[in-house]
Design a protein around this ligand. Structure first.
Ligand code: SF4
Length: 337
C-alpha cells in the first residue's frame, strides 16, 4: 500500500529557528507559513511511491520567541481553529463562530458528531474495506437526501472525543480497514476534527484517508486538506446550476464543484460519483460525463443507479420515483456498460 500523505506532512518542519508561538501570528502570517510547508511538500523528492519524509526548512519569520520546530500539521491545526471563529471551511463561507458553538448553515457547531461508524464493504474497490465515519450536518440540503436521518436528525448523533476517534480508527484498522472514509452528510464542516486525528493517530496506524463529500470546500478548506487526504470521492450531482438550486438550494454549483474536483485531481487520487436522478439524464448525467471526459478522463467514474425517493423528494413529482427501465437501458448504452 502507498504511504499515507499525512505521514509525509506530519514530518514537514516549516521553521526550525527562532519561532514565536503560533497563537500570536496573524492569519496572513499563518497562511504564509502554510504556503512554505506546501512548497516543501510539493517539491519533495519522490522516493519509491511516496515523498521523502525527512524534510525541513526555515520559514524566515523571526521574532522574539522560543527556539522550536513547527510542523506543517501544527500550522494547519492553528489555521483551522482560527477559521472556526468565523467559519469559511466550505463555499458558503457563512462566518458562524463555531468556537462559541454557533451553528452554521451546515448545522454544525463546535464539535463533530457522528451518526454511525463501521467497516463498509459496499464502496468502490479502491477504498474497501473502508472504515466509514458518518458525520452529522451537511453543506447541502438536498430534498432527496439518501442519508437524511444520519445527516440532519440530531437525535441519533454521538459525540466522540478526539481520543475516542483515535481509538476507534485504531481498532477498525486492526480489524482490517484499509481506509478511513470520512462522509456524512459531508466532511467539509469537520476539518478541525480530521486534522486533530492526523495529529494524534499513531504513525503505525496507516489507513489511507478518504474525503467522501459534496465537493464544496472553500479555497481555505482545500488548502488545509492538501497533504492530508489520499483519496477524494466527490459526488458530482448536477450538470447545471438550475437543478442544483432547485433540489439542493445551492447557487454557483458548477463553478464550486468543478474547481473542487480539479484541485482534488491535482493533489490526490480522485473517484467521482454521480447519483443518477430520474428525468435528469439530459440535463445532469450527460453534462457531468462530458466534463469528466474533457477534463479528467483518467479518473474512476462511478455512476450510481440506486436512487430512491426519500426525505422531501415526494414533493417533486419528477424525482418521486426510481429510474425506469427505459432510462436504465439508455444509461447502459451511454455509459457503455
Ligand atoms: S462548514 Fe460551511 S456552512 Fe458550515 S459553518 Fe463553515 S462555512 Fe458555514
Amino acid at each position: 500500500m502507498k504511504k499515507c500523505k499525512r505521514l509525509i506532512s506530519k514530518n514537514i518542519i516549516v521553521n526550525n529557528e527562532y519561532t514565536p508561538s503560533l497563537s500570536i501570528l496573524s492569519l496572513d502570517e499563518l497562511w504564509k507559513l502554510h504556503e512554505i510547508g506546501r512548497h516543501i511538500y510539493e517539491s519533495a523528492p519522490i522516493v519509491g511511491n511516496s515523498r521523502d519524509r525527512s524534510l525541513h526548512a526555515s520559514s524566515g519569520i523571526k521574532r522574539f520567541g522560543v527556539k522550536k520546530a513547527i510542523g506543517w500539521i501544527d500550522i494547519k491545526l492553528e489555521l483551522a481553529k482560527r477559521i472556526m471563529k468565523k467559519c469559511t471551511f466550505c463555499f458558503h463561507k457563512c462566518g458562524a463562530n463555531r468556537i462559541n458553538n454557533e451553528k452554521g448553515l451546515c448545522l454544525v457547531g463546535k464539535n463533530s458528531f457522528i451518526s454511525a461508524e463501521y467497516i463498509h464493504l459496499g464502496e468502490e474497490k479502491e477504498i474497501i474495506p473502508a472504515h466509514t465515519i458518518f458525520f452529522t450536518g451537511c453543506t447541502f440540503h438536498c430534498v432527496y437526501c439518501q442519508n437524511w436521518k444520519g445527516a440532519f436528525r440530531q437525535t441519533n448523533e454521538h459525540f466522540y472525543s478526539q481520543g475516542k476517534l483515535v481509538e476507534i480508527i485504531t481498532q477498525r484498522f486492526n480489524e482490517g480497514a484499509k481506509t478511513v472514509n470520512f462522509t456524512g452528510g459531508t466532511p467539509e464542516p469537520h476539518l478541525l476534527t480530521i486534522l486533530k486525528i492526523v495529529k494524534y493517530l499513531p504513525d503505525n496506524i496507516t489507513p489511507l484517508f478518504v474525503f467522501n463529500s459534496n465537493a464544496s470546500l472553500s479555497e481555505d478548506g482545500l488548502k488545509l486538506m492538501e497533504g492530508i487526504i489520499d483519496i477524494y470521492v466527490p459526488d458530482f450531482k448536477y450538470g447545471n446550476d438550475n437543478c442544483a438550486l432547485r433540489y439542493s438550494g445551492i447557487n454557483n454549483y458548477l463553478k464550486t464543484v468543478t474547481e473542487n474536483i480539479l484541485f482534488m485531481y491535482n493533489t490526490a487520487k480522485v473517484l467521482v460519483r454521480h447519483l443518477i436522478l430520474p428525468e435528469h439524464i439530459e440535463c445532469c448525467t450527460k453534462p457531468v460525463l462530458d466534463w469528466i471526459k474533457k477534463n479528467i478522463p483518467d479518473i474512476t467514474f462511478n455512476p450510481m443507479f440506486q436512487y430512491r425517493p426519500c426525505y422531501k423528494a415526494w414533493n417533486y413529482i419528477e424525482i418521486a420515483r426510481m429510474l425506469n427501465e427505459n432510462e436504465i437501458k439508455f444509461l447502459n448504452k451511454l455509459l457503455k456498460i
